[in-house]
Design a protein around this ligand. Structure first.
Ligand code: AMP
Ligand code: MG
Length: 486
């Protein structure tokens, strides 16, 4: 390593290249004309054991831009496949390169990936590039998810390239440095099942186990345990999305990780007004990935993972299918239980009672009927504030039931309010706030984004500075639309 790289604290390693060659291609980033650091996540850098000041050096920015490969790195593009809106396709990193893995001082292994770094063997017709707006969007929303306590890939830095990318118009090009506990996806296993041998599939599964579930021991049944672990983490993850009104927007199987982290912030957005049918993505014309569908799609995607693992689950394929089906059925139940427990916490309830689900559903139907804001309704319940539902007799009736239910538990009112405070964010990255921050940044003013990021880093505390972020978007008749592949 160079002196500069040692000063940064890089501790690079390349375990992915121990996998069979079919799983990747040794593609390098394509250099860009004039890199400029736009934002660096200093806190994340520190938590990875990296020196933020050293990361701002010209040499380091050249790494973020793909113009320099650090010593000891072995860049590659990963192969994967996936069901996109239900259709199976060969994919792979078409505009991303895994520069290297980094092992933190605490011994955690993370991928350091450049997104928007140029064409690879898997680019098909794409230019391999990304525009500044969408990369800042990924930066803001992934960091907001982290602030909310939701497992996610992280964003270490964004650089502009000094080059234009051709979209509907010419836009400033940018590269995001993404940090993930790995980029293994359901689609990586689908790729292995479709295009590799069973031995290679087994190697991939063993690799995923050693990286994410090292507690799973060798022996029969380890691949079933692996499937169960992924199901458990994904059922937790999707419940967490539902509880804050997050809509991923493009839950294709290539966008679902094996680690249980949220990945790929393309057309995602947070719901304002509560409506389970909410869709933001311009290409999701059928509402496949609508808010209310996410738990089912999660189950569908995990069924594709189970299917890919069939040869490892049992010698007898009929029995393997039965095992897989049982796991998927359990997954749907698990996801529902996680959601219901999370909703209980949002309402300040500690214990479980049979009527809780109808109490939750009654509130949700009132919110839908009165077009209430999802985040603000729960916040207002906690702080006893005026909101859309206030003043209606239906809500007054519901409130009485809720208070009766609260009175039945042994925990104090204060404990219950504290639980609600911890379970209901005050600030979420509302679409209008994110758009405003990106627009300012595109015009060279980074203050708006920095302030928003600060508020989003601590979303559960109701402080005076947060008030401006709680405001609802201006009323408009034009539905908010997001775009992917941008
Ligand atoms: P996504 O919708 O971001 O999950 O991407 C789906 C697939 O398209 C992945 O294989 C990406 O690598 C690829 N892709 C997206 N944008 C581009 C681009 N500009 N150039 C090449 N490949 C791309
Ligand atoms: Mg993707």
């Amino acid at each position: 390593m160079t002196k500069e790289e040692t000063a940064i604290g890089w501790n690079l390693d390349n375990s992915y290249t121990n996998l069979p060659k079919t799983f990747y291609s040794t593609d390098h980033p394509t250099p860009v004309s004039s890199p400029r650091l736009i934002i660096l996540n200093e806190k994340l850098a520190q938590s990875l054991g990296l020196n933020p000041n050293a990361l701002k050096s010209e040499e380091s920015v050249a790494v973020f831009a793909g113009n320099r490969i650090p010593e000891g790195a072995n860049p590659l593009a990963q192969a994967y496949a996936g069901h996109q809106f239900g259709h199976f396709t060969m994919l792979g990193d078409g505009r991303a390169v895994l520069i290297s893995e980094h092992v933190t001082p605490a011994g955690e292994r993370v991928d350091i990936q450049l997104k928007g770094s140029g064409r690879t063997s898997y680019s098909r017709g794409g230019d391999g590039r990304a525009a500044l707006g969408p990369m800042l969007r990924e930066y803001i929303i992934s960091e907001a998810m982290h602030g909310l306590g939701i497992p996610t890939t992280r964003s270490l830095a964004v650089v502009t390239t000094g080059e234009l990318v051709a979209r509907e118009t010419n836009l400033p090009g940018a590269i995001l440095t993404r940090v993930a506990s790995s980029h293994l996806r359901v689609g990586t296993f689908q790729y292995a099942r479709q295009f590799a041998t069973v031995d290679e599939l087994r190697e991939l599964a063993d690799y995923a186990i050693s990286r994410h579930y090292p507690e799973i021991e060798a022996g029969d049944g380890r691949y079933l345990m692996f499937l169960q672990e992924v199901i458990k983490l994904q059922a937790e993850l999707i419940a967490k999305w539902q509880l804050v009104g997050f809509i991923h927007g493009v839950m294709n199987t290539d966008n679902m990780t094996i680690s249980g982290e949220t990945i790929d912030y393309g057309p995602c957005a947070f719901m304002d007004t509560y409506d389970p049918e909410t869709v933001f993505s311009s290409i999701d014309t059928q509402g496949r990935y609508a808010y209310g569908n996410q738990p089912y799609i999660g189950g569908w995607n995990l069924a594709r993972l189970a299917e890919s693992l069939l040869p490892l689950l049992h010698e007898d394929q009929d029995q393997a299918v039965e095992i897989a089906q049982n796991e998927i059925a359990a997954c749907m139940k698990l996801s529902h239980t996680n959601w219901l427990n999370g909703m209980r916490a949002k309402l300040g309830l500690f214990n479980e009672e049979e009527q809780d689900e109808s109490l939750v559903n009654e509130l949700l139907s009132l919110m839908k009927k009165h077009q209430a804001d999802f985040t603000n309704t729960f916040r207002s319940l906690r702080y006893d504030e005026e909101m859309e539902l206030s003043g209606t007799t239906e809500f007054a009736d519901w409130h009485v039931k809720w208070e009766e239910r609260l009175a039945k538990q042994k925990e104090s009112k204060e404990a219950s309010q504290d639980l609600m405070r911890k379970s209901n964010p005050v600030v979420i990255p509302r679409n209008h706030l994110v758009e405003e921050a990106i627009e300012a940044a595109e015009n060279g003013d980074f203050d708006v984004m920095e302030k928003l990021l600060l508020a989003l880093s601590d979303p559960y505390e109701h402080t005076p500075e947060k008030v401006e972020y709680c405001k609802l978007p201006p009323q408009t008749n034009i539905p908010y639309r997001t775009f992917c592949g941008t």
